[in-house]
Design a protein around this ligand. Structure first.
Ligand SMILES: [Mn+2]
Length: 350
C-alpha cells in the first residue's frame, strides 16, 4: 500500500513525465496483457506530449502486440548500459516500471535503474516494493492499466483512441474480462469510458478470452488429464481441495506444444468446481518449474508464492522452483495446508 494518495502521486507523476524527454518503459518478465497494455498506453501518451518512449519486453508478447498500435521496442541484443543509444534525440532517459515494482521482475531491464536519470514504479501487486525514486502501488486496483487510467485523468492528459485500446486490453486481461473480484465500480466506469473513447471492446474480449491456437487447446487437454485432487488441511477437509497439474517439457514436446502454449491453463483449472485452489506446474526449461496458482475464496496464494520468492495477488500468483516436481508439489501442499490450519486457529481465537 502506498504511503501517498492517488491525488498526491498524480502530481509527482505529472512532474516526472514533464521533466524528462526520453523514457524507457518496462513491465514484468513474461509480459501479460496488463504489462503490455499499461506500457504501451503510457508510451502513446508520452509520444502525444512530444517525447520519446521505448518499451522493453522480456518474453513473447505477440498475442498482445497484435491487438494494439506499435511503439519502438528496445532491440533484444541491447544491454541496459547502451539503452540510451536507442533514442534519436539524445541518450539520457528516465525509466518507468509498470505492473511491477522490483527491477529484477522486469527481467532484462533490471539494470536500467543503474543507467537512468530517474526512476518510477506504478504497480498493483500486493508484494510490491519501493525500489525507484518515485513509487506508487494500489494493491486494491484491478490492474496497472486502471491505475494509469486514473493518473492520466487526474493529470488531465487526454486519452486517445489507441490509448483507450491498450488500457482496455490491460484492464480486461487482469480482470479476466471484468469477472474477477478486483473488478470494482470504478473499473466498470473506466470500461465504459474507454469504449466511448474508441476501444474496440468486442474485438479485445474475443481475442483475449475466446481465441486459442490448437496447440493451446492441446496444452489445456493435457493439463486436465494430468490433474490430481488433494484434500485440504487434512483428510476430512474436502471444502479446500487443492488441484495440481504438472506438465514436463518431454510431455509437451510429445503432445506437440510448448510451455508458452500453456499460459492460460491455470485459469481453466480454477474453473473446476471440486477444488478451492488450482496449481499448474510446468517445466519451462530443463529442471526449472514454474508454478501458477489460483484460488476461489479462501487461500491467499500471493502469500504462498512469496514463501518461494514469487508474488502476485491474493487469488492469482506464481513462483519458480529448481527442485524435482515431487518436492515442489509437497512444498506447495504443505504451505497451503499450513495456511488453512492457521486460518482455523485465527477463527477460534476471535
Ligand atoms: Mn497486472
Amino acid at each position: 500500500m502506498s504511503k501517498i494518495t492517488r491525488e498526491e502521486f498524480s502530481k509527482q507523476f505529472l512532474r516526472f513525465i514533464r521533466k524528462y524527454d526520453r523514457f524507457l518503459l518496462s513491465g514484468h518478465i513474461r509480459p501479460d496483457g496488463d504489462s503490455v497494455g499499461s506500457c504501451f498506453s503510457l508510451a502513446y501518451a508520452l509520444q502525444d506530449m512530444g517525447k520519446e518512449a521505448i518499451v522493453c519486453l522480456d518474453g513473447d508478447a505477440e498475442r498482445y502486440l497484435e491487438l494494439i498500435d506499435q511503439v519502438p521496442l528496445l532491440p533484444d541484443d541491447i544491454h541496459m548500459n547502451e539503452a540510451g543509444r536507442c533514442f534519436t534525440t539524445g541518450s539520457g532517459f528516465a525509466f518507468i516500471m509498470l505492473d511491477c515494482s522490483e527491477p529484477e521482475r522486469t527481467g532484462r531491464a533490471q539494470d536500467a535503474i543503474l543507467y537512468t536519470q530517474a526512476s518510477m514504479t506504478v504497480d498493483h501487486h500486493i508484494t510490491s516494493k519501493e525500489s525507484a525514486d518515485f513509487n506508487y502501488a494500489e494493491p486494491e486496483s484491478s490492474s496497472a492499466s486502471e491505475i494509469l487510467y486514473h493518473l492520466l485523468n487526474l493529470c488531465e492528459i487526454p486519452i486517445s483512441q489507441r490509448m483507450a485500446q491498450a488500457l482496455f486490453m490491460g484492464m480486461a486481461f487482469d480482470t479476466g474480462g471484468l469477472r474477477h473480484s478486483c473488478t470494482s465500480e470504478e473499473t466498470l466506469l473506466m470500461a465504459a469510458d474507454l469504449k466511448k473513447k474508441g476501444a474496440d471492446t468486442t474485438f479485445l474480449m474475443n481475442r483475449l478470452f475466446h481465441t486459442k491456437k490448437l496447440s493451446e487447446m492441446k496444452a489445456l487437454s493435457c493439463a486436465i488429464r494430468s490433474s490430481r485432487l488433494y484434500k485440504g488441511k487434512n483428510q476430512q477437509d474436502e471444502e479446500n481441495n487443492i488441484l495440481i497439474s504438472f506438465l514436463s517439457l518431454e510431455e509437451m514436446r510429445k503432445s506437440g506444444f510448448g510451455p508458452s502454449d500453456a499460459d492460460g491453463v491455470v485459469g481453466y483449472l480454477n474453473e473446476i468446481a471440486d477444488a478451492e485452489t488450482a496449481i499448474f506446474l510446468r517445466e519451462i526449461t530443463p529442471g526449472i518449474i514454474r508454478a501458477n496458482m489460483r484460488s476461489k475464496s479462501t487461500v491467499d496464494v500471493a502469500r504462498v508464492a512469496a514463501l518461494f520468492g514469487g508474488g502476485g495477488h491474493i487469488r492469482a500468483a506464481g513462483c519458480t522452483f529448481q527442485d524435482p516436481v515431487l518436492l515442489v508439489k509437497k512444498e506447495l501442499l504443505d504451505a497451503i495446508r499450513r495456511q488453512l490450519s492457521s486460518l482455523d486457529s485465527e477463527e477460534t481465537s476471535e
